[in-house]
Design a protein around this ligand. Structure first.
Ligand SMILES: Nc1ncnc2c1ncn2[C@@H]1O[C@H](COP(=O)(O)OP(=O)(O)O)[C@@H](O)[C@H]1O
Ligand SMILES: [Mg+2]
Length: 321
């Protein structure tokens, strides 16, 4: 592998949501602060949304690392579960030895557990990742779970995390009660061009790079354009660049290496790449300007040629009285 060649301890652009690599862009930092605040202040329902690959799961894992050690966390990432499966999973994750055979018995066990936690001054956290896939019925059932509360406090905190479709789903009339209970919402978006540059450097540094300039400015510019600031895409492209740079014994990754890596990735049959390629079918602003300028220059040249030809043939002289 390329690690030794580039003086790295570990892969800098692995696809896993590892909190160790968290780069705190303005939006990521704000969202993390809000999530921590929401959980600590017991806001009840909290929603975190963001496009695919923008760092929601990475942020969540960072949040969970920062919570007190004795906070019980149930992390559900299989959103195909219905409410029964969900409840079973939660009880298991919180270490409740469930003997309940019916839904009502399981709810009773959950209530007992939450009250016991409350007596100890604790408030367990339920995280549902990829929550945009939950059915409306399951979401409504999750709201009912949040009914466990004292007169002034929620007994558990529920974090719903998902793609922007989640926000749309929460707008359906059947979920208006859930929507009203959302105590806090945060959204993360793509990185700005400057943040993309810092992100690449940050990940390289965490992976042990002593040379901050493995990627040239031109390379970073190409990656910025192609990825449109989505961390997951940046990672995939950068990883490919290091691989092909190593194969060609190139210490510096320049724009040419990036173009090759992008071409290679685009040739693959990955649907997500095909999708981003489709968006690229719309010409960029630079291309439009270049095309417009080209047409303008051609028109001027043509007019000059006409005037010249008219002069040479004496056409103006004949035409004028
Ligand atoms: N702020 C960030 N700092 C470091 N790595 C990030 C960040 N955001 C995303 N990533 C990386 O991008 C990839 C996709 O992130 P992930 O958290 O799985 O996105 P999402 O859950 O929004 O689809 C992972 O490899 C992750 O490590
Ligand atoms: Mg995720």
């Amino acid at each position: 592998m390329y690690l030794q060649f580039y003086g790295l301890r570990e892969a800098p652009f692995a696809p896993t949501p590892d909190p160790k690599f968290l780069f705190q862009s303005t939006r990521h930092r704000e969202a993390l602060a809000q999530l921590l605040y929401g959980v600590r202040e017991r806001k009840g329902f909290i929603v975190l949304s963001g496009e695919i690959g923008t760092g929601k799961t990475t942020l969540l894992r960072t949040l969970l690392e920062r919570l007190d050690r004795d906070t019980h966390v149930a992390y559900v990432h299989n959103s195909a579960l219905g409410i029964e499966g969900l409840l079973e999973y939660i009880l298991h994750d919180w270490g409740v030895k469930s003997v309940g055979a019916s839904h009502a018995q399981r709810l009773f066990e959950l209530n007992e557990f939450l009250i016991d936690q409350h007596r100890q001054g604790l408030s367990p956290v339920l995280v549902i990742d990829e929550a945009q896939n939950l059915s409306v019925e399951t979401l409504e059932a999750v709201r009912l779970l949040s009914n466990f509360e004292t007169t002034n406090q929620k007994l558990m905190q529920i974090l719903l995390v998902g793609q922007p479709e989640l926000r749309e789903k929460l707008n359906v009339p059947e979920l208006r009660q859930l929507k009203q209970r959302i105590g806090l919402r945060c959204h993360i978006g793509p990185l700005s061009p400057e943040e993309t540059r810092l992100y690449i450097r940050h990940r390289l540094r965490i992976a042990g790079a002593t040379d901050a300039g493995i990627f040239t400015d031109g390379a970073i510019q190409r990656i910025t354009e192609y990825s449109e600031g989505t961390p997951r895409v940046i990672n995939i492209v950068c990883d490919h660049c290091l691989l092909s740079g190593y194969a060609d014994s190139k210490r510096r990754i320049d724009a040419g290496v990036v173009d090759e890596a992008i071409e290679y990735l685009e040739e693959g049959e990955r649907p997500e790449w095909k999708r981003s390629r489709q968006t690229r079918l719309v010409p960029s602003r630079t291309t439009v300007w270049a095309a417009r300028s080209g047409v303008a220059v051609l028109v001027v040249l043509l007019m000059m040629l006409l005037v010249f030809a008219a002069n040479a043939t004496g056409w103006f002289g004949h035409a004028l009285p």
